[in-house]
Ligand binder design. Sequence first.
Ligand SMILES: Cc1cc2nc3c(=O)[nH]c(=O)nc-3n(C[C@H](O)[C@H](O)[C@H](O)COP(=O)(O)OP(=O)(O)OC[C@H]3O[C@@H](n4cnc5c(N)ncnc54)[C@H](O)[C@@H]3O)c2cc1C
Length: 379
Amino acid sequence: MDFNLTEEQLLIKQAAKDFAQNELLPGVIERDELQKFPKNEVQKMGELGFLGMMVDPKYGGSGLDTLSYVLVMEELSKIDASASVIVSVNNSLVCWGLETYGNEEQKEKYLTKLASGQIIGAFCLSEPEAGSDATSQKTTAIDQGDHYLLNGTKNWITNGGTADVYLVIAQTDKEKKHRGINVLILEKGTDGFEIGPKENKLGIRGSDTHSLLFNDVIVPKKNRIGEDGFGFKFAMKTLAGGRIGIAAQALGIAAGAYELALKYSKQRKAFGTEISNHQAIAFKLADMHTQIEAARYLVYKAACDKDKGHDYDLSGAMAKLYASKVAMETTVEAVQVHGGNGFVKEYHVERLMRDAKITQIYEGTSEIQKIVISRSILK
Ligand SMILES: Cc1cc2nc3c(=O)[nH]c(=O)nc-3n(C[C@H](O)[C@H](O)[C@H](O)COP(=O)(O)OP(=O)(O)OC[C@H]3O[C@@H](n4cnc5c(N)ncnc54)[C@H](O)[C@@H]3O)c2cc1C
């Protein structure tokens, strides 16, 4: 493996770092406090090409590799994980799914606008009774000839209120179990499609999480992605790539907290010396640095597997499992290094600690990643 970044990758990483410092950092505490969606910032990320990073330029994308995407996710997440999850969902779940499995008409109509950031997308799999057990879909898409009739509820949908295009997973034929599931493109404003209240969350509070309600929603058949019954496979394939994005988010959160702790430890004095001179603090920093570096290699390896056309189910699951653990542990320790200041908002580490938790839950909990990993190594 060669992780020496190319000149192009270094430039992209720097662009994301500059954007995060100049555009995301100034309002990040207020957005977290007020649960305010970063509307202007998302628009600017679209202009920078961050919302369709791996999409072919002929569909409005940046035409970059997964490693570049991971570098951007890492830099954005150091400062604002609410902004980076919007980038992750739009890139990994919506654009990648549409570009890989959509037909030409669907790509021209939706992908071009999504990849250029003119509109954003949402990926709608989870339901009140179908989270980890995603095969237990209760939302139905009944075949009515030229259209599907969509009924049901989705839960926890990122970009739920702000998206314009929703990829909705639903059961068409219950008898066929997961082979009877479809994925449909649904536009905001369609009759019978209602957006539920916004969730009041522990972390990533700037991102927009809603339940969605479908009441006899008519979706034209031409909005189905792939063959009849392809929906579950679509969801699993897109989530396998999505995990690499969330692993990079976790890596960024950990690295952001570590950088703040390192800087603080060299400024804050206790017992007549900088706290970094106390071995208990220095060892915390040593552990953080080592674990973050290990997480980084796993995340980059998964991205490289995807870029090389290798299987990335295992490497993506390992990267997410490990990087999210490191994010949680590092942020807790970063708060500790900051002492009382770690407990207040202006030092940022308490927010990073709250944001870290979600990386162990969404796009497959840590327990589900262990199922994926153990199945892969035992087969
Ligand atoms: C902020 C946020 C944003 C989200 N965004 C989206 C989105 O955009 N689109 C979307 O579709 N979903 C989204 N989700 C949903 C998310 O993916 C689910 O919450 C997650 O998959 C877990 O499902 P659940 O909440 O139903 O938990 P459950 O499945 O009920 O799990 C509860 C606990 O049981 C454990 N568990 C379950 N089954 C097993 C098993 N077989 N073995 C061992 N342990 C098990 C889990 O690991 C967990 O610890 C989001 C969630 C949140 C909180």
